[in-house]
Design a protein around this ligand. Structure first.
Ligand code: SF4
Length: 212
């Protein structure tokens, strides 16, 4: 085990306890492979499942894994083309048994930060789906809530803006300019700090770099 892996495991164990204190179900997996198996195990046959915009979930091959399970009802936002079809899936997501997401940042004491342009992801995280599973690489961990917000705004958002190739000031120099552009992907800033429906919020921390 490398020093980095050891550090992730120790911090991950501490964070699992911090998240349990917030009434989240929490797990630490050393590898993306283990985390993928955990997601599969947590979703029972017969469930409906969908996901928000997330590179982590896609890079791990989770949509493909779910599509191959014929017992699941998969509402695949990536398999539709028109804006109307996407909107239909965004709305159905509120009734899903499982909603999958990553996070733009997470504090060492377990507060999850996400920033959205459309708001469909943070809306579904807040209310609707019976369960929300977050899969979060340890590269998203920041020391405290303020640092997590800073990471989400100054690292994740400019990279996501570049990913979508939208015309925002951060495209020019990679820095957030706190813009009010109509194209801004930073319209909704969401903190998940506690859970009042036991078993709804599930977090899988992964001891690898995943997403941005
Ligand atoms: S410049 Fe605008 S779009 Fe880019 S990260 Fe900052 S607020 Fe978001």
């Amino acid at each position: 085990m490398t020093i980095q892996e050891k550090r992730n495991e120790r911090l991950g164990a501490k964070m699992v306890k911090a998240m349990q204190h917030r009434h989240f179900d929490a797990y630490y997996c050393a590898t993306a492979r283990e985390a993928k198996a955990k997601v599969n195990e947590l979703i029972p046959d017969g469930s409906s499942v969908t996901w928000g915009g997330t590179m982590t979930i896609r890079d791990m091959g989770i949509p493909q894994m779910l599509r191959e399970r014929e017992t699941l009802e998969v509402w695949d936002r990536d398999a539709v083309e028109t804006a109307e079809e996407k909107q239909e899936i965004y709305l159905r997501a509120f009734t899903a048994d499982f909603y999958l997401s990553s996070a733009n940042a997470i504090s060492e004491d377990g507060v999850i930060v996400n920033i959205d342009g459309n708001g469909n992801r943070v809306a579904a995280i807040t209310w609707g789906p019976k369960h929300v599973i977050f899969v979060v690489g340890m590269n998203k961990v920041a020391q405290d809530m303020e640092a997590a917000l800073k990471r989400a705004r100054s690292t994740a958002s400019p990279i996501n803006a570049a990913r979508f190739d939208i015309q925002t000031p951060c495209q020019l120099d990679g820095q957030c300019h706190n813009c009010n552009s109509p194209q801004s992907i930073c319209n909704y800033i969401h903190f998940l700090r506690n859970n009042n429906k036991q078993g709804r919020i599930i977090v899988i921390l992964v001891g690898e770099n995943l997403g941005y």
